[in-house]
Design a binder for this molecule. Structure first.
Ligand code: WTA
Length: 633
């Protein structure tokens, strides 16, 4: 293999890389890994089995990912901007950090962590607004070899406590307050509630940001105080390729969220590789991903991917519709953004305000625009391409998951054919397959089936924190010898994939992933509720909405009041993102004789069907369907 497949810029390079990756996968990944700075090189590229599962990449390699994100750029990019922070308020001051400044900030932060007894392998929970310190905190953890667990700062105190407890986090890094659009939340006070429910935390490190008065206690340290006595030098701690880099909690079809574990070496290689190639990164590009660092998209394409590539990355604190729906376009114009990466739900919401708004802005700096998190419908795709890309930019529809660590299926910006609503082909090195429900690989090109991956890739999930068996059960047990994604997909004659959506009980609301069981458990905590069943239904803006069927002791006299109470409970147990859009009180649920809820029927009713429920003869009480239909909201 002659040229490293580090950067793929043409269709023939793409073809050659795909072929190389199939014929000689180890050489392929090795040629990419060699472009990084390792303190000690690996002695084996990969070892794997999907039974246990046991997957390792770049075995016995030693590195620190932050030396690759920061230090190695200092030679020729010390004065180049690494981060441009755009605040929630358009009139507030933009903060900018060069690579040299980022180096200093991360070193100081790392010193604060060590001073507060954080060592290699310790878990640190990060619960912060989208301020530069969120990225510094992640990198500082990585620099000292600690494992970060970022929790989206829209999750409730209870959800935060569950995650802190599961990871046995020793420290929580938070701020006094958070700004999001016209709302303010006092994060430190939410942490105070969470602390009552968990026991492992030794220090709360609070960043003064909004200046609000918040509850503190004996665990507290103010970040600005701690900074006073630390140096701006820090020698990064050496980690093994397979040491955990972070835990990120995500929802599955059962029970509580699970902590997906990613490791230092493989994740690094794949975050950089996928970033460069999907977005066709070039020197001096200004990359903007609108996600929050609380989600995997923020991990791989705000913090790690762009910095590994030495790019300039915009971090945005705000929301798309504050102070008005021109905000995104204004930021693109202001910072001359070259790649823009957002979610279909944002595009759909902004479409509603009309194409006149983006037309007012000069967005000719854009080269590639991307979509992530949920299927993008044709109308939104077209609007995005016409009015944001101005007919000039390839749209990359990127399919991936928290578990995959990086983009798996996507066309590479401007290379080869792009078909609207098709994510496209796998990145070279990724080997997806479509399976029948019996787990048989479908050989025909043009087919529909369950999406699975048959060969490991460097940034794949290694385990679910503290419960390896759960990892095996969830992803590796249903279809022997494959990683199962939970998604269904269609493939066309040319091998392009179109993602249909989840085939399990995971729903995707505004690109946020939620388990129906998780929402049901929250609803069931209401005193009057006996049982509930949550399904999704198509929603114009959110993609999917949440429809809850709720059985109460007796039907509530004041349904509106009961709905409000249920909203309140769900918001306090999970967060606003899980609040049901529709709540229907019912007297029974369609159950089989063995007691299993037939969700298929509930989904159909929520979608608006009034007939064609298929075979309902196995229902214990078929009359239930009629009665639910009568009360449909
Ligand atoms: C869905 C987000 C269609 C999918 C990166 C997947 C998508 C889940 C796309 C993972 C896409 C993500 N087209 N569906 N381009 N990207 N999904 O873990 O159902 O928050 O399984 O990761 O989002 O969500 P997660």
């Amino acid at each position: 293999m002659s040229k490293p497949f580090y950067q793929i810029n043409t269709e023939s390079e793409y073809e050659r890389a795909c072929q190389g990756a199939i014929e000689q996968p180890e050489e392929f990944w090795e040629s990419i890994a060699e472009t990084f700075h390792w303190r000690k090189k690996w002695n084996q590229v990969v070892s794997w089995n999907f039974e246990e599962p046991d997957v390792k990449w770049f075995l016995n390699g030693k590195l620190n990912i932050t030396e690759n994100c920061i230090d190695r750029h200092l030679k020729d990019k010390a004065d180049q901007l690494a981060i441009i922070w755009e605040p929630n308020e358009p009139s507030a001051e933009v903060r900018k950090y060069t690579y040299a400044e980022l180096h200093r900030e991360v070193n100081r932060f790392a010193n604060v962590l060590v001073k507060n007894n954080i060592q290699k392998g310790d878990r640190v929970c990060i619960y912060l607004p989208m301020i530069p310190e969120a990225v510094f905190a992640m990198l500082a953890c990585a620099r000292v070899g600690a494992i970060h667990s970022v929790v989206f700062a829209g999750f409730s105190s209870r959800a935060l406590a569950d995650r802190v407890e599961d990871a046995q986090a020793k420290m929580i890094i938070t701020s006094d307050g958070l700004l999001r659009g016209d709302k303010k939340m006092l994060l430190r006070n939410i942490v105070a509630e969470a602390l009552e429910m968990c026991s492992s935390v030794e220090t709360v490190l609070t960043i003064r940001y909004t200046g609000d008065v918040v509850k503190t206690n004996h665990l507290d340290k103010w970040y600005h105080d701690e900074l006073k006595s630390v140096s701006a030098e820090f020698h990064a701690v050496e980690t093994d390729s397979e040491d955990p880099l972070f835990i990120l909690y995500t929802s599955g079809s059962t029970g509580k969220p699970k902590g997906v574990v990613h490791t230092c070496g493989g994740y690094m290689v794949y975050a950089d590789y996928s970033f460069r190639n999907v977005f066709q990164y070039e020197e001096h590009d200004i990359f903007w991903c609108t996600a929050d660092v609380g989600w995997v998209t923020g991990h791989s394409y705000i913090t790690y991917g762009p910095l590994l590539a030495g790019a300039t990355c915009v971090i945005f604190e705000g929301v798309p519709n504050y102070p008005d729906t021109a905000r995104f376009w204004q930021v693109i114009e202001k910072h001359r953004v070259t790649q823009f990466y957002t979610a279909p739900t944002a595009i759909r919401a902004l479409m509603v305000s009309g194409s006149e708004i983006p037309k007012r802005f000069k967005m000719d700096s854009l080269k590639v625009i991307g979509s992530v998190g949920e299927p993008i419908n044709l109308e939104a795709w077209q609007w995005y391409s016409d009015y944001v890309g101005k007919g000039n930019c390839p749209v990359v529809d990127t399919w991936w998951q928290t578990e995959t660590g990086g983009i798996m299926i996507s066309n590479l910006g401007g290379i080869g054919k792009h078909i609207p609503t098709f994510a496209g082909k796998p990145l070279p090195g990724i080997q997806p397959v479509l399976l029948t429900s019996e787990g048989k690989e479908i050989a025909e090109k043009s087919a529909e089936g369950l999406l699975a991956i048959k060969y490991p890739w460097p940034s794949m999930i290694r385990t679910t924190y503290g419960d390896h068996e759960r990892c095996r059960q969830t992803y590796f047990s249903a279809y022997h010898g494959y990683y199962f994604t939970g998604d269904g997909a269609r493939r066309d004659e040319q091998g392009m994939y179109r993602i249909i959506g989840r085939v399990d009980d995971v729903i995707n609301v505004s690109g946020h992933r939620l388990g129906t069981a998780e929402i049901e458990n929250a609803i069931n905590e209401h005193d009057l509720v006996i049982e509930s069943a949550v399904v999704s239904y198509p929603h114009d803006i959110k993609g999917q909405g949440i429809y809850a069927y709720v059985i109460c002791d007796k039907l509530p006299a004041d349904e509106e009041k009961a709905r409000k109470e249920i909203h309140f409970i769900v918001e306090s147990i999970i967060g606003k993102i899980a609040r049901p859009d529709k709540i229907q009180f019912v007297t029974g649920l369609p159950k089989t004789r063995s007691g299993k809820i037939m969700r298929r029927i509930l989904r159909k009713i929520a979608e608006g069907s009034t007939s064609d429920f298929g075979d309902i003869s196995t229902l214990l009480d078929p009359g239930v369907v009629e009665s639910i239909l009568k009360g449909k909201i």
